[in-house]
Design a protein around this ligand. Structure first.
Ligand SMILES: [Zn+2]
Length: 165
């Protein structure tokens, strides 16, 4: 095959070559993380990973990520987005948060933390560190241990206060 590996489209200047080469390049880091997780860094995985991990901590659903990919002209199907999100989750790159039976979010912040959910819009966002204390957990049944505790604090619009009078 005479085909050269496709150049990654990038508007960013090349990472400085001094010291650890490319250490500051997110695409390079992403490829490394995928390889470490035994996931071949295919073009689609890298493109979706770029959308996921290029903007700081995020909470996405397969549908919102798919819409984003389409708007960025990334040629993927919704099924591929689903599969990729689950592969990334199994590889420890994402954390899955099931809010309702039908709605699953994928969190790029895989450290332990809790969430607010605005019920009306289904917007999910992080509760600041240390703001939730979970006390009096039941003892784990014999032969099991508690893996993690996910708290979702559901928010709705407060009734207007102090207007009547
Ligand atoms: Zn989160």
């Amino acid at each position: 095959m005479s085909q050269r590996s496709p150049a990654t489209p990038s508007t960013a200047p090349l990472a400085q070559r001094a010291g650890d080469p490319m250490s500051g390049c997110p695409v390079h880091q992403l490829r490394g993380r995928l390889r470490q997780a035994s996931l071949r860094p295919t073009r689609q995985r890298v493109a979706l990973g770029w959308l996921l991990f290029g903007k700081g901590d995020r909470h996405v659903t397969a549908e919102t990520l798919y819409e984003e990919a389409v708007s960025m002209k990334v040629p993927v199907s919704l099924a591929t987005v689903y599969n990729t999100l689950h592969q990334f989750t199994e590889a420890g790159l994402l954390k899955e948060i099931a809010v309702d039976g039908s709605r699953t979010y994928f969190d790029t912040n895989v450290t332990p933390h809790h969430h607010f959910l605005i019920e009306e819009t289904n917007a999910l966002f992080d509760i600041p560190d240390g703001a939730v204390t979970v006390a009096d957990l039941p003892a784990a049944p014999e032969g099991t241990e508690i893996a993690r505790v996910d708290v979702i604090v559901r928010l709705r619009k407060a009734p207007a206060r102090g207007r009547a009078g």
